[in-house]
Design a protein. Structure first.
Length: 321
């Protein structure tokens, strides 16, 4: 009886550990992936500010670096100092988005450059210098008064300069607001619009998720699904692995812990059948592979289940002692 109680307690502990590990991991992943791209955006739709949306140009400094892995991409960072407040926006961008800038100019030696980035929210004008793939200089954003007016008519009053810079840098469009509201997201903030723009929460993607049975997802759920590449193709792969219509959280777990068809086959070949997604997650968390299972069974214990293997892994031994 004591052994049964101990087994139950250990199993309960491992289940809680798995859930807590997943919750912490997914939260960290979500924050890490979003925070770097929306830096400096502090107020939401309808927020009250002391001044109206700026009518004049906004200025700051820029740095850029040519991607070594992808010749068509550059990492671009905007810095801005406004009194005691400092903000920066970093983003990997397509070189083709910039007018008047070429890879040859960026790779040259002490090349003076003037180039432009046109967005619905406004137009950036850049000037500066590149040397061996790295550049720096100053930028000026001329906000689009049409964009400001359209956003104001949709409830986004008094957009701050930081919001306008982020909107122009990340190519936020008025249509994104209309699409979100048409999908039922009525009480959205400017941060929501920016996130939807970054992660491409489009009507097509929302419809795709609904077709998979995910009705009533909020915007954070959709962003999480995009981050972890949950789509119809992946859902089909999960079904081919023998699982039914799983929850979004289960699919995200499978992505986080890399529960692939190959890993499932490895576990089945090692003699573990009828595994749930939670079982597979535990096996991944504790780095239990076919070699470990073989060694564990070599001790004479043949009918080992996931909980047995996890306990053996925790205690650092392949024996039944």
């Amino acid at each position: 009886m004591e052994n049964n109680n101990q087994t139950t307690a250990q199993s309960s502990f491992l289940n809680r550990t798995s859930r807590q590990f997943f919750s912490l991991f997914s939260l960290i992943a979500l924050l890490a992936l979003t925070s770097g791209m929306v830096a400096g955006t502090n107020s939401g739709a309808g927020a009250t500010t002391a001044a109206a949306a700026p009518q004049s140009a906004i200025t700051g400094e820029w740095t850029a670096e040519l991607s070594k892995e992808r010749p068509d991409r550059i990492h671009f960072t905007l810095n801005r100092q406004a009194g005691s407040d400092h903000s920066n926006f970093g983003n990997d961008m397509a070189l083709a988005d910039f007018q008047g800038l070429t890879r040859e100019q960026m790779a040259g030696a002490n090349t003076n450059v003037r180039f432009r980035l046109q967005r619905e929210a406004g137009t950036f004008d850049f000037e500066g210098m590149f040397r061996a793939g790295r550049g720096a200089g100053i930028w000026t954003l001329t906000p689009s008064q049409s964009f400001i007016g359209e956003m104001r008519s949709r409830g986004f009053d008094n957009l701050s300069e930081e919001k306008l810079v982020a909107s122009a840098m990340l190519d936020v469009r008025v249509k994104t607001v209309d699409d979100l509201k048409a999908a039922g997201f009525n009480n959205i903030t400017m941060e929501d619009v920016i996130k939807a723009s970054i992660f491409k929460i489009t009507p097509e993607y929302i419809s795709e998720m609904k077709s998979l049975g995910f009705e009533g997802l909020d915007l954070e759920d959709l962003v999480k699904a995009r981050i972890f590449k949950i789509d119809a193709a992946f859902a089909g792969e999960v079904r081919e692995m023998g699982f039914g219509r799983e929850s979004l959280e289960s699919l995200v777990k499978m992505r986080i812990f890399k529960i692939t068809p190959a890993f499932l086959r490895e576990m089945k070949t090692a003699g573990l059948d009828n595994l749930s997604i939670e079982d597979l997650v535990k096996l991944k968390i504790f780095k239990i592979d076919s070699d470990f299972i073989t060694q564990a069974r070599a001790t004479g214990r043949v009918n080992l289940d996931v909980e047995d293997l996890v306990r053996m892994k925790i205690h650092g031994k392949n024996s039944g002692q």
